[in-house]
Design a protein around this ligand. Sequence first.
Ligand SMILES: Nc1ncnc2c1ncn2[C@@H]1O[C@H](COP(=O)(O)OP(=O)(O)OP(=O)(O)O)[C@@H](O)[C@H]1O
Ligand SMILES: [Mg+2]
Length: 302
Amino acid sequence: MGLFDTGRMIHRSISPGVATSLSAPGYAQPASTQAPDATVLRISTPSALRFQHVTHTFISSDRSAITALSDVNLEVGRTEFVSIIGASGCGKSTILRLASGLLAPSSGEVSVFGLKVTEPRNDIALVFQRPTLLPWLNIADNVTFPERHTTGRVTRETADRALQILDVVGLRDFAQKKPSELSGGMQQRVAIARALLQDPDILLMDEPFSALDALTRDELSVELLGILDKRPKTVIFVTHSIQEALLLSDRIVVMSPRPGKVMETITVPLARPRGLDSMLDPLFSEMANEIRSKVFTRSGKA
Ligand SMILES: Nc1ncnc2c1ncn2[C@@H]1O[C@H](COP(=O)(O)OP(=O)(O)OP(=O)(O)O)[C@@H](O)[C@H]1O
Ligand SMILES: [Mg+2]
C-alpha cells in the first residue's frame, strides 16, 4: 500500500476536524500522544488542496476590474469532503476553476498535493455548473471521452465501467442517445458520471445537483456517499443547499459576498456513514438553522 492510500485510511478512521489538522503540512503531534515513526511519516504528507492568500481579479469585456476573490485561505485534507456555500457571485466557481488549473490566481498560491498548480491535472475532475457535453457523441462516448482524449482509445473495461456508472446515475437506458435527447437534469447526471469514471483523487463539483428534482437530488447524494465510501476522494462541492452540504460534508465553508472571502469554516459533527435518515437527527436541523442565519446575515439579506 502506498503512502497516499495510507493517508486516506487515517482520514476515514478519525474525526474529520482532526484529520484536517493531521494532514496539514508541518503538523507535529504533542509528545504525550507521539505515534510510531510510520504514522508521523503518513500524517506529514501535504494536504490535497491549499489556497494561500489567493486573490483573483477579472478584467471584464468593458475593461472594468472585478475582484471575485480576496485573500482566500483554505486547506482541504486528503479524502475530506468540503462544501462551499455563499451568495451568488461570491466567487465559488472561481475557486473551483483556480483549483482545477483552468485559471491562474492574480496573486497568492494554489497548490495540490504540495505542488503549485500551473495547469490542469489528470488527477482532478471538475463537474461544471452547466453540463458540458459534446453534442455529436452519444452518452456512453461522452462519459468515456476523457480516456479517449488522453490515450486515444477506450478499453473494454472502461466502456463496461461507464455503463455501470450510467446505471448508478439512472441513465443506463440512454447510453446510445445524444445529449440533445436528454433533459437538462439528465445531461448534468452524464457530466457527473463522466467525472466519476475518471476516478480522480480530487473531485470538484460546481452545484452538480442544482438542475435535478428534489428526489433525484437526494438519491444522487446518497449514491455519492456510497461511491466515496468505496473509493475515497477529496471533494470540493459548491452548493446553495444547506441540507445537501450538511448531509455530505466533513466541513462547510461559508463565504462572504463579493469579493469572496472565507468567513467561517464549520465542522459537521454528524456521524458517518450518513444517509437520508441523518436528516432526522435533531443536530441536523439545529446546524441547518445556524448555517442559514450565517449565510443570510453575511449576504445582507437578514
Ligand atoms: N470570465 C469572467 N470575466 C469577468 N468577470 C467574471 C468572470 N467570471 C466570473 N466573473 C465575476 O466574478 C465574480 C464571481 O463569479 P463566480 O462565477 O465565481 O461566482 P459564483 O459564486 O460561482 O456565483 P453563482 O452562485 O451565481 O454561480 C462575479 O462577480 C462574476 O461576475
Ligand atoms: Mg458559480
